[in-house]
Design a protein around this ligand. Structure first.
Ligand SMILES: C[S@@+](CC[C@H](N)C(=O)[O-])C[C@H]1O[C@@H](n2cnc3c(N)ncnc32)[C@H](O)[C@@H]1O
Length: 280
């Protein structure tokens, strides 16, 4: 690593330093990291050690404890988050969006204020919001509609990548064959492609930490909150679902990740499909 001499013991994460990192993840982002994940966390911290040219995890933790520690927090959170995602992941949600939620939303919006708002609340590197945009575009929204998709994540690195909208060709190749053309990809380099401009125009990307106050007023027609609440403790999950209920218009849809069903059931939501909830 940058010619610095260091042996394995320099990269060790002591119990005390693990508690510091786990405490920051919990307090700043609601993310619960259990002790058996210590080796994984140590691996992730290596990215920060390399970037800062530090020689040991202990030195990095001293920086976090110092007066300048707060400046390092966004970068620390960026390496602590798990960003795994895919185009058209859990496609039954996207199929439901296209076949049921969007047509009903369009008729309602045409009769009312013309606004259609969709929120991808843990958008990672962008595959989820671009998959949503692909379904929106394929459903040919009436031109009179003011159609917007908000994509947010706590991690500024993944948001930058999402906003760029460029992906390794093999990432797009993994999408289901029948849906892939809906991404309207154009060549961007030898091994990369760019998501079509017709989809990008629906999207706004913003940094947002789900565990602090949300600035949006809503109402949203659809909220995707998938594969993020698994990292949170029960009170944090409850607070997010309560606030999603407040932000969704009656009849709006909430899509959760495959292991994030609402248990116990939430009074504001009716389960209408596999991890698909409807605001009462
Ligand atoms: C596993 S990815 C899921 C991406 C996408 N929703 C999907 O299902 O494919 C989880 C995302 O949640 C984000 N995340 C974690 N804690 C967060 C928080 N407190 N506020 C907002 N986003 C958070 C991470 O940065 C990461 O990009």
């Amino acid at each position: 690593m940058h010619g610095l001499a260091a042996d394995d013991s320099d990269y060790a994460l002591s119990d005390k330093d693990f508690e510091l990192i786990a405490g920051i993840a919990r307090d700043q982002a609601g993310i619960v990291i259990r002790a058996h994940k210590s080796a994984m966390i140590r691996g992730r911290l290596m990215r920060r050690l390399r970037a800062l040219q530090l020689r040991s995890v202990a030195e990095y933790c001293d920086l976090l404890r110092s007066g300048d520690g707060h400046k390092e927090l966004p970068s620390l959170l960026n390496v602590l988050t798990t960003n795994h995602t895919a185009f058209f992941r859990e496609r039954h949600h996207l199929d439901h969006l296209r076949s049921d939620a969007l047509p009903e939303t369009y008729s309602r919006a045409l009769k009312h204020n013309s606004r259609v708002r969709i929120w991808s609340s843990a958008s990672s590197t962008g595959e989820e919001p671009y998959s949503i945009a692909a379904m929106v575009h394929a459903s040919q929204p009436p031109k009179a509609l003011d159609m917007r998709i908000l994509a947010t994540d706590i991690d500024t690195d993944v948001l930058d990548r999402a906003e760029r909208g460029e992906y390794a060709r093999e990432v797009v190749e993994r999408a289901p064959a029948d849906l892939k053309p809906l991404l309207l990809c154009e060549p961007a380099g030898q091994d990369s492609v760019r998501i079509g401009a017709a989809l990008k125009r629906y999207l706004t990307f913003k940094q947002l930490n789900l565990v602090i106050e949300w600035p949006m007023k809503g109402p949203f027609d659809v909220i995707f909150c998938r594969n993020v609440m698994i990292y949170f403790d029960a009170p944090t999950k409850k607070s997010i679902v309560d606030r999603a209920a407040d932000l969704l218009r009656p009849g709006g849809w909430l899509y959760l990740g495959h292991s994030e069903s609402l248990s116990p059931p939430h009074p504001a939501f009716e389960l209408i499909g596999r991890t698909i909830y409807r605001r009462r």
